[in-house]
Design a protein around this ligand. Structure first.
Ligand code: AMP
Length: 398
């Protein structure tokens, strides 16, 4: 069932509760990547233009104790948001209570208020993360309508999404959530073909559901990263000291048997004797890994083959780096995939959040893809074909 979108709501002069995803990486109190803040701007700018009274909120990391609060405050995020919006953001360092209620009541049209990290409510009984009924109802009572724009938590039923939606008269998806659902949903359910998925990262176990779902929908799945070795070992190939999920060998074998040739494994690797950027490198074929070697990146033959396979693709979904991209000497595979996808002019190219998204952004490819998802876990669950509670809870378009 199609969901209500932001433009289906009348928000003029209404108090609009906006769940954004400002769970940004921070170091020593400074934001190290503000992509999620920038991605939320279209929704917030539209609400400002429409003369709404805007109350935005988000989680930031995990908050388990009072001591966590100092490093998990959203204050620096509110300051960054004010810079981008070029207007004041009234930051209220509370998640409930009189001060917050009063500030919301006195909001004028076009003004923006942001309240403190929703997970401050997790210290005493995980109220936010366990979708405490009273908390959802309380937050809902603070506004007239609800806009969910947080894709990163859409795969979880929390008080700040599902709890609010359940208790408010109208709810809809914000522009970012709409974009995420459209891009990933279209890719999986109605792709232009050939549709090729690239899956990397360490764990096959994290991506079993995705592989199974994509085997039914994609034309090809190119494998890279640490999970390559579990697949290779499941076929009796020597993988040395490379990462392997020993308890997933049968599963990897089953996936390959049921793939009818759709799963493509790397041909060669950059091999080393230790897990270090400075270790000596040997490039070797997949069937030539020595017992004391580990693969930390795909090799040039693999990149060339993947480039050829991707050349005619019309839809590409990528999740998970194809090597240890954090080490400069083992980042070439992941950069090579970025470059290849950046050159596909006619394809819709989607990066499914997480490490591959930060790699693409850090390596300078932010504008080279059709869509870089803001949600790692959420995009994986969506790619698996699962319903996302943070979307399902929103009003249906009648
Ligand atoms: P995931 O969270 O499963 O997407 O995995 C991402 C991580 O996989 C990154 O931190 C990469 O460094 C790591 N990774 C990719 N390739 C390898 C490899 N060959 N060996 C060990 N780790 C890898």
């Amino acid at each position: 069932m199609a969901k209500k979108m932001l433009k289906d709501l009348n928000v003029n002069e209404k108090t609009v509760l906006v769940r954004v995803d400002f769970n940004v990486p921070m170091k020593d109190g400074a934001i190290t990547d503000d992509n999620r803040i920038r991605q939320a701007l279209p929704t917030l700018e539209y609400l400002i233009e429409q003369d709404a009274k805007i109350v935005c909120f988000s989680h930031l990391g995990r908050v388990k104790s009072e001591e966590d609060k100092a490093s998990k405050s959203l204050k620096p995020v509110a300051e960054k948001l004010a810079e981008y919006l070029k207007k004041d953001v009234n930051f209220i360092p509370e998640t409930r209570g009189e001060k917050l209620e009063k500030a919301i009541k006195t909001l004028k049209k076009g003004e923006v208020l942001m309240f403190e990290n929703t997970r401050f409510e997790d210290i005493d009984g995980k109220k936010e993360s366990k979708n405490d009924a009273d908390l959802g109802a309380y937050w809902a009572s603070l506004g007239d309508v609800f806009v969910n724009d947080a894709f990163g938590t859409a795969h979880r039923a929390h008080a700040s999404n599902v709890g609010i939606a359940k208790n408010i008269s109208e709810s809809a998806a914000g522009f970012l959530l709409e974009k995420e659902i459209n891009f990933i949903g279209e890719a999986v359910n109605n792709p232009n073909r050939p549709f090729i998925a690239i899956l990397g990262g360490v764990k096959v176990s994290d991506k079993i559901g995705v592989i199974k779902n994509l085997l039914a929908k994609a034309d090809m799945i190119l494998i890279g990263g640490g999970m390559s070795y579990t697949f290779l070992k499941s076929q009796g190939v020597e993988v040395g000291t490379s990462v392997v999920e020993a308890d997933k060998l049968d599963l990897a074998d089953d996936l390959l048997k049921n793939a009818y040739g759709k799963i493509v494994l790397p041909l060669d690797f950059k091999l080393t004797k230790e897990f270090s950027n400075d270790a000596e490198i040997r490039v070797g074929d997949a069937n030539d890994i020595r017992t004391d070697e580990m693969g930390l990146d795909v090799g040039p033959k693999t990149l060339e083959k993947y480039q050829k396979l991707l050349k005619n693709a019309r839809t590409v979904v990528w999740n998970g780096p194809v090597g240890v991209f954090e080490f400069s000497n083992f980042s070439q595979g992941t950069i090579g995939i970025c470059q290849t996808l950046a050159n596909l002019e006619e394809a819709t190219t989607i990066i499914g959040g997480g490490d591959s998204a930060s790699a693409a952004i850090n390596f300078g490819f932010e504008d080279a893809f059709s869509h870089i998802s803001t949600g790692g876990g959420a995009s994986l669950e969506y790619l698996e074909g699962k319903e996302l509670p943070g979307v399902a809870c929103l009003d249906d378009l009648s």
